[in-house]
Design a protein around this ligand. Structure first.
Ligand SMILES: [Ca+2]
Ligand SMILES: [Ca+2]
Ligand SMILES: [Ca+2]
Ligand SMILES: [Ca+2]
Length: 452
């Protein structure tokens, strides 16, 4: 029986949804001109840290240029700010031949407005939670039908990415990552972390460690689904020492076990459990659920300059639209606002914006995602590692370990491309949502393991 996180869905088959048009080779778009490699889009308030990052990138031969959000909003006429940014990215592809887009901006502090907005898509998966969620793939899927602008509103009714009505191309055209900085201080911190990481990580022992964190995901089903997916993913990482924090072996009994391994340093941290805006949960063998990651424990991470790339294969860790001010909408009973959304920040961003500790980047999900159990297709691979968020997470380690892709944004891009190519994202809303919610919180040009 198929299981979905966090809710079991029975007998839903949805047809005729978001269409996916013919495959186009994205590299055709990426090779028009070669003036710059990367564009950083950020508000003028972040100019000083942005300029530091540009100097660093240029010194490593990633020719980087800055564009302020203010100048984009002044120069472009889109239907909203998100579309104006996307129109600028299209011009940057065509005029400068860029490969990477770093969106450096999230909400403005805790306010409802944004430095760089998110695009909400209208796909209700029927699980009685969110009827809409956001997708940063919007900023990476620039073209459809060759060189036509892909506005994610094919029927032109100003409702974006509406399931059953809009056709999406979903074949990405540029490497995009976001550092959802809300303030100058956050921009300063993340830039400092990137510079230190890329300049010092290479050849360090700590990097050659892969930490896996999991337990039982569905206590009612046989097997330890999270651990099985982690075991499968770990096989792609031949040269890495594996540290398996599993509940079944007694190595994982609480958050301090995770803190201890993070503080020793690791190149990658991979999890597969049950998500939350600010937490990660797994079940112990006897069935009890424990929290192993939580925003409140991140302050204990003292892994300065030993920052892992985190692949958090669960729900909703990258809900960067949370703010404590959501409490007013929640109290009014507005749809899509829950108590869990009325917090200071989400776990993925907490990990990346932690000064002198935490993560260098996080690949994870912006909303509710799905899990699976057992091996119903009998191919010896846990089904949880073959579908939905589990598949996308595993694919990160496969692309790094087996295909030896070392640039973070290229890995994220390829996970999406492979998913869109191999799964019915146009006719199955669970597959479509799985890929739409998959996000890179980090610098897309990041050299994993640093420069030699
Ligand atoms: Ca496209
Ligand atoms: Ca529409
Ligand atoms: Ca189980
Ligand atoms: Ca299988």
């Amino acid at each position: 029986m198929k299981k979905f996180l966090p809710i079991v869905i029975v007998g839903i088959l949805v047809l005729g949804g978001l269409g996916v048009s013919a495959i186009k080779n994205p590299t055709q778009i990426l090779q028009t001109n070669d003036q710059y490699d990367m564009i950083i889009i950020a508000p003028i308030e972040f100019y000083i840290p942005v300029q530091r990052l540009i100097n660093h990138k240029n010194s490593h031969n990633i020719q980087t240029v800055y564009k302020s959000t203010q100048s984009i909003y002044r120069e472009y006429n889109g239907r909203d700010k998100a579309e104006e940014i996307k129109l600028f990215i299209k011009d940057a592809l065509e005029d400068w031949g860029i490969s990477y887009v770093l969106l450096m901006g999230g909400r403005k502090h805790q306010f409802p407005n944004w430095h760089i907005p998110v695009r909400y898509v209208n796909l209700d998966d029927g699980t009685q939670r969110y009827t809409t969620f956001f997708s940063d793939l919007y900023y990476a899927d620039i073209y459809k039908n060759g060189d036509q602008f892909e506005d994610w509103d094919s029927n032109g009714d100003d409702v974006f990415a509406e399931w059953g009505k809009d056709q999406l191309d979903l074949h990405l055209d540029v490497y995009v990552g976001r550092l959802p900085c809300r303030s100058f201080l956050e921009a300063w911190i993340v830039v400092q972390k990137i510079i230190n990481y890329e300049n010092t990580a290479y050849g360090q022992d700590w990097f050659n460690k892969l930490v896996l964190v999991a337990g039982d995901t569905f206590p009612d089903s046989p097997g330890y689904e999270g651990e099985e997916t982690c075991d499968f993913a770990a096989e792609y990482m031949d040269d890495f020492e594996k540290v398996k924090l599993y509940t079944s072996t007694g190595n994982l009994t609480g958050p301090e076990d995770v803190t201890n391994v993070i503080n020793e340093g690791c190149g990658f941290l991979f999890t597969r459990g049950k998500g939350g805006q600010d937490r990660l949960r797994v079940n112990l063998p006897e069935g009890e659920e424990i929290i192993v990651f939580h925003n409140k424990y991140v302050r204990n991470y003292k892994n300065k300059n030993m920052y892992p790339v985190c692949i958090l294969g669960e729900c909703i860790h990258a809900k960067i639209d949370v703010t404590i001010l959501n409490i007013f909408k929640y109290l009014k009973g507005e749809p899509n606002y829950y108590a869990q959304d009325c917090i200071f920040e989400c776990l993925a961003w907490r990990l990346v914006n932690k000064n002198n500790g935490g993560a260098i980047a996080v690949l994870t999900n912006t909303n509710i995602c799905y899990g699976d159990s057992g091996d119903a297709n009998g191919n010896g691979i846990p089904d949880d590692a073959e579908n939905f968020g589990g598949k996308l997470a595993v694919e990160v380690l496969r692309l790094y370990g087996e295909e030896e892709i070392k640039i973070l944004g290229e890995i994220h891009f390829q996970t999406v491309e492979n998913y869109v190519t191999n799964f019915p994202v146009s006719s199955n809303k669970f597959h479509c949502k799985s890929v739409l919610e998959w996000i890179l919180i980090g610098d897309p040009s990041l050299r994993i393991g640093g420069y030699d």
